[in-house]
Design a protein around this ligand. Structure first.
Ligand code: FMN
Length: 339
């Protein structure tokens, strides 16, 4: 049940496959005879520093991978590797526990539920507890049709709770645990998440917080950053992969705010390609959960270190000394791949 939930996506899973395939549309053209004895992978966005141009993506329910460590273990691993951690609304740890991890670079991901008093409470509390930014997810007013979860009657195992949703009096955590049939998560989304949400929400959010607002897409509503994402292929099946639309988004944004991208990033070369196409950074999803399932905090640290080493080596081999050297000149579109 947990593996299907983590690895799966919507319906035919075409978008899940596209996310990986996208990176194969580009080859890398290295530059030679550059002094790469010291390669600097360090990165900063919104004042949030990272040891590499990668943040941990918001992902629900880390307790399915590591029932003891949960998001706390992931957040600690990210801290040990100098990587920012995004904490999902649908987490199995509390805001207080995450504050206690010692990771100074924490972002709170917001699913907008109908109950705006609780939304306000999350935002205020995240700000008070030292979270550095808000990431508003706007592609999940309804949950995608994840058929494996419905078949498995996906539910939250005993001993875990959706701590942020405990602020609701409606017993939503119980709903995720006890859906009569079908996916418990689907039942929870249908009852709590605001499917009437529009852009008018953004100015409201701006009025209640000083934190940077990142939308996981809209400069005109006063956001501070954008994540180009298809939710790891878990929402609209046949949504395009991030790389396909990234150059258009970057051109439209024209440098006004940073543009991140996610989906299918697995290798250091993937990160280079995303940056070369104009991304300001990438989010890393499933590999983090797989590391957590296999080795708890140490497993997540290993995943992040492997990726950082790959980025560093790829930069050296491509002749890039710092992230500023990564650009479109490195890319050779594969002939016939449509780019
Ligand atoms: N995105 C959110 O904004 N909020 C979530 O709670 C959330 N939960 C997720 C749970 C799982 C198991 C996975 C795999 C993804 C989830 N996502 C969520 C999407 C990720 O933030 C991210 O966009 C995606 O996983 C990136 O693709 P990748 O897994 O191929 O790296």
């Amino acid at each position: 049940m947990a593996y299907d939930y983590y690895s799966g996506g919507a319906e035919t899973m075409t978008t899940v496959a596209l996310n990986r395939a996208a990176f194969s549309r580009y080859l890398l053209l290295p530059r030679m005879l550059r002094d790469v004895s010291r390669v600097d992978t360090s990165h900063e966005l919104f004042g949030i520093r990272s040891s590499m141009p990668v943040w941990v993506a918001p992902m629900a329910m880390h307790g399915l991978a590591d029932p003891v460590g949960r998001e706390v273990a992931t957040c600690r691993a990210a801290a040990a590797c100098g990587v920012p951690f995004t904490f999902s609304t649908v987490a199995t740890s509390s805001l207080e526990e995450i504050e206690g991890t010692g990771n100074a670079n924490r972002i709170f991901q917001l699913y907008v539920i109908r109950n705006r008093d609780v939304v306000r409470r999350w935002v205020t509390e995240a700000e008070a507890r030292g979270f550095r930014a808000l990431m508003v997810t706007v592609d999940a007013q309804r949950l995608g049709n994840r058929e494996a979860d419905a078949r498995n009657k996906f539910k939250l195992p005993p001993g875990l709770a959706l701590r942020n949703l405990e602020y609701l009096s409606s017993g939503s955590t119980a709903q995720a645990r006890d859906a009569a049939d079908g996916s418990g998560l689907m039942a929870l989304f249908a009852s709590e998440v605001d499917d009437s949400l529009t852009w008018e929400f953004i100015p409201w959010l701006r009025s209640i917080t000083r934190l940077p607002i990142i939308v996981k897409l809209a400069v005109q509503y006063g956001v501070d950053g954008i994540v180009v994402s298809n939710h790891g292929g878990r929402q609209l099946d046949f949504a395009p992969d991030g790389l396909a639309v990234l150059p258009g988004v970057v051109a439209a944004v024209a440098g006004r705010v940073p543009v991140l991208v996610d989906g299918g990033v697995r290798r250091g070369t993937d990160v280079l390609k995303a940056l070369a196409l104009g991304a300001s950074g990438v989010l890393l999803g499933r590999p983090v959960l797989y590391g957590l399932a296999l080795g708890g905090q140490a497993g997540v640290e290993r995943v992040l270190r492997l990726l950082r080493n790959e980025i560093e080596l790829a930069m050296a081999l491509a002749g890039c000394v710092s992230l500023k050297d990564v650009g479109l000149h490195l890319l050779l579109p594969v002939p016939g791949s449509g780019v």
